[in-house]
Design a protein. Structure first.
Length: 423
């Protein structure tokens, strides 16, 4: 009898192990078969969705990264998101036009759809309706040709996790269970339609658990500036299919070699107390994090960095284009230093400022405060005369900013680096 019980236990353990292996294999298969977003020259990327998507125009880190790193040229962006939007409820002013109208107007090639946070408050009772709504919405998008020639390429982005902000904010445990289920529902729908899917819930939950000292949100469910900075790097990496990294250099004085990431060394000259080299960066660095942020370690590792091995004992100063960048001991250089004020960082800052202004100008057109006179009940007699020329003027201003964005989105010149020993 005892032998029979032992045999039953062995069978149970065997099938449990087999199930675990199968689940692991399925998970690996899901990751390896993840749909990739195709980028084409001249793509118009349109963002739709809730507050998360709406405020991407204000904290424009994602647009900056995609503009400078996308494999295709002349990518442009329009933000049609609206705080409070859901898949089924998108209130708009009188005569504003449907989402289809605006997607046609913007000639959308790529649609980045960000929904799920607002819907998740319906809990388990709303989960089936949420999945069904996605099916209906995606089938509708697949029947459209907003750019006039092809169906849009669609990306689904899940809601973030609900961050624990402590009292008096509510305990997020129950809501996070719902958010997890809604994220999983989106993942299933995306897989069924063979669409790229970005799991922000899992990523934000991981970041929140790893570094509770640096909050990602203002109130638990809406990202703060640091949250957008951190998450934009993850989203950009998912959409581009690669890890986002700033140019980084490792110099070995003994071997007289320089290894680079996202950069090219054009000239180099090694001396015992001085190293000189010229750097041509292939991409712009990641925008600087918000001041006073407690940056997560994995994000810190992606910042511009210089490591110098086998320096003689002493203190060394780094100049880039004759500007003092850093000063440290040989031991600190050996460990590697984050470079915060490289000249290319100024270019990224200027690029972000141009994108911000472009988004502001488009916002004035898309969500005009005097809409009643532009397309509402007071359009006639004066609105129909005054505002069409104004809209044309805005279009010219937006186009002017996009011309500047194109120029600013790539490193504009080489930089001269000198590391020398201080007396």
């Amino acid at each position: 009898m005892r032998a029979k019980s032992c045999l039953q236990i062995l069978f149970i353990l065997f099938f449990c192990c087999l199930s675990s292996i199968t689940l692991a294999a399925d998970e690996h298969r899901n990751k390896s078969q993840r749909e990739k977003l195709e980028w084409k020259a001249g793509d118009r990327v349109v963002l739709i969705g809730n507050t998360f998507a709406d405020q991407l125009r204000l904290y424009n880190y994602l647009e900056t990264l995609l503009t400078s790193l996308a494999p295709a040229k002349n990518i442009t962006f329009r933000n049609l998101a609206w705080s409070g939007d859901t898949l089924n409820l998108r209130p708009r002013p009188l005569n504003f036009g449907s989402l289809d109208d605006h997607l046609h107007q913007q000639k959308a090639d790529i649609i980045i759809a960000c929904f799920g946070m607002n819907e998740s408050f319906a809990g388990q009772d709303g989960l089936k309706e949420f999945s069904d709504s996605w099916e209906k919405f995606l089938n509708h998008l697949a029947s459209q040709k907003y750019n006039g020639t092809s169906t849009p390429r669609v990306v689904l982005i899940s809601p973030i996790a609900h961050e624990n902000r402590g009292p008096p904010f509510p305990d997020p445990a129950g809501h996070n269970q719902n958010l997890s289920d809604y994220t999983r529902a989106m993942q299933v729908v995306a897989a069924r339609h063979h669409l790229p899917f970005v799991d922000l819930f899992s990523e934000t939950k991981k970041l929140m658990d790893e570094n509770p000292s640096q909050k990602l949100t203002r109130n638990g469910i809406h990202l703060n500036q640091y949250g957008y900075w951190a998450l934009s790097q993850f989203v950009a990496g998912e959409l581009l299919g690669k890890k986002i990294k700033s140019p980084q250099l490792v110099v070995d004085l003994a071997d007289q070699k320089i290894q680079t990431t996202n950069a090219e060394i054009l000239q180099q000259n090694f001396k015992p107390d001085k190293i000189q080299f010229t750097v041509k960066e292939k991409v712009l660095p990641i925008p600087a994090p918000p001041e006073s942020a407690i940056v997560h370690s994995e994000l810190l590792a992606s910042q511009p960095r210089l490591t110098v091995k086998n320096l003689p004992t002493g203190n060394y100063r780094l100049l880039v284009n004759e500007t003092r960048i850093a000063e440290a001991s040989h031991a600190d250089w050996d460990r590697g230093l984050q470079l915060k004020n490289l000249p290319a960082r100024s270019q990224v800052k200027d690029l972000r400022a141009t994108i911000e202004r472009k988004n502001e100008l488009f916002f004035y057109v898309y969500r005009a405060h005097n809409a009643e006179y532009i397309f509402g009940r007071r359009t006639k007699p004066f609105g129909a005369v005054s505002f069409p020329p104004e809209m044309e003027a805005f279009a010219r201003l937006i186009q002017s900013r996009e011309t500047n964005i194109k120029k600013q989105s790539h490193p504009d010149k080489e930089s001269r680096w000198i590391l020398f020993k201080l007396e």
